[in-house]
Design a protein around this ligand. Structure first.
Ligand code: C5J
Length: 233
């Protein structure tokens, strides 16, 4: 697959798509992110590319995982250092426009309808920014011999970056799909992607739906899952 800093060979039978935190509170007008004054359209523009990645991954019979950032209603899994930040009315657990902020089961905590998980696709509820922290993600991936992650979601510089760093340290290869990620801060998005691919790919690789989707479509149409796609094919 064409990528920065260089093309990557991918065995789709050992690849998973992970869609990070595409939650209503971060993405929808009327959600918590919007209530904070953020321009949610900067995140919402990642929905269509994520949807295309999901459709392509499902057609290629890849393993698909979704994550949501959030906490138990009693906040027993939320470190005080994470909760006690900013004004009280904007903290985790406070009442937001779509229910309590970052609390599991609240409307705003759920994934946007366009990216709704299928029943067989694991949804990992994570209490941290990284998808490996206090979840069974590593176990799910190792049990399927996954070696490469295609990474989409929000926000580029926070939960996507943290997850990619965690994955890299655990020996996974991460191919981040840039246009299927987003940030409220365009400069953080751009620099976040550049940081991943810098220094020969210090945390991973970066590509786009335009470059990756044709390879997935070819695989779905012509190649039994498990065949290696050569660089730049
Ligand atoms: C995510 C955040 N998902 N920015 N969360 O990036 O707090």
């Amino acid at each position: 697959m064409a990528a920065e800093p260089r093309a990557l060979s991918v065995d789709l039978s050992r690849t998973a798509l992970i869609v990070i935190d595409m939650q209503r509170d971060f993405l929808e007008p009327g959600g918590f992110g919007a209530a904070l004054g953020n321009d949610v359209s900067l995140l919402a523009k990642a929905i269509k590319p994520c949807r295309l990645m999901l459709e392509a991954a499902r057609a290629a019979e890849m393993f698909v995982i979704h994550t949501r950032e959030g906490h138990r209603p009693d906040l027993s899994d939320a470190p005080p250092a994470k909760v006690l930040r900013g004004p009280a009315e904007r903290r985790i657990g406070a009442k937001g426009p779509m229910g309590r902020i970052l609390i599991r089961g609240e409307a705003g905590h759920d994934i946007v309808p366009a990216l709704a998980p299928l029943p067989a696709e694991p949804v990992l509820d994570k209490p941290g920014k990284g998808a490996f922290y206090q979840t069974d993600l590593d176990l799910l991936l190792r049990n399927r011999s996954v070696e490469t992650l295609l990474v989409c979601g929000v926000t580029t510089e926070v939960c996507v970056h943290t997850t990619v760093r965690e994955a890299n340290d655990r020996g996974y290869r991460c191919l981040v799909i840039g246009d299927a990620c987003g940030s409220y801060f365009p400069e953080f998005h751009e620099v976040g992607l550049r940081m991943i691919a810098a220094q020969g790919g210090i945390f991973g690789w970066v590509s786009t739906t335009e470059k990756v989707l044709p390879a997935l479509a070819r695989a779905a149409a012509t190649t039994p899952v498990g065949t290696i796609l050569e660089d730049n094919q």
